[in-house]
Design a protein around this ligand. Structure first.
Ligand code: HEC
Length: 155
């Protein structure tokens, strides 16, 4: 009986060591620029849906997330096929982002629409500069997240 218990213990100890070795071997995942862009695309879309519905709180949240996502992209993907990602983000899109933020603060739908279109144009400027001119973002044409409410909550 004691022998059995002992061998059980040995087997589980070996299994534990093997499992931790496997865990150490697991390659760490760093998203590529394409992954950061897919999340940027979602934020861009939700930003429009929120701002267009006059939901300034949500719009503010989305532009903030979009900005953070681009900052992370610059951090984790410093260079994309020879394009310096951080400086490109800084020079193409930071000013349009500030304009969107100002329109949100002003709670001005007209200003928001203009700033949003400028933002989309800036996205495309960077796509062209990075030799990806075939990636064209635009003002969304419908509500693609039917499981999320974009109108402000009734007070
Ligand atoms: C640094 C410049 C840069 C900026 C700024 C930028 N992009 Fe991109 N984007 C790229 C590059 C480069 C790719 C191609 C990535 C790849 O091939 O892995 C890309 C890819 C994409 C894609 C294609 C993803 C797919 O799988 O279809 C979308 C959508 C996209 N970007 C949206 C946006 C939006 C929206 C903005 C603005 C809010 C934006 N991007 C701003 C450089 C940029």
């Amino acid at each position: 009986m004691r022998k059995l218990l002992l061998s059980c213990l040995v087997v589980s100890a070996v299994a534990l060591v093997a499992a931790s070795a496997l865990a150490q071997q697991k390659p760490s995942f760093t998203p590529g620029l394409g992954e950061f862009m897919l999340q940027t695309q979602t934020r861009h879309l939700k930003l429009w849906l929120a701002g267009n519905a006059g939901n300034w709180e949500l719009a503010d949240y989305e532009i903030d997330e979009l900005k953070e996502g681009l900052e992370d992209a610059a951090k984790y993907v410093p260079s994309y096929k020879g394009t310096p990602v951080g400086p490109m983000i800084e020079s193409t899109i930071m000013k349009p982002i500030e304009e969107v933020e100002a329109a949100i603060r002003a709670r001005d739908r007209g200003k928001f629409t203009t700033a949003f279109d400028k933002l989309s144009a800036a996205c495309n400027t960077c796509h062209t500069a990075a030799n990806r001119a075939f990636i064209v973002v635009q003002r969304p044409t419908g509500v693609q997240f039917p499981n999320q409410a974009f109108a402000p909550r009734p007070q």
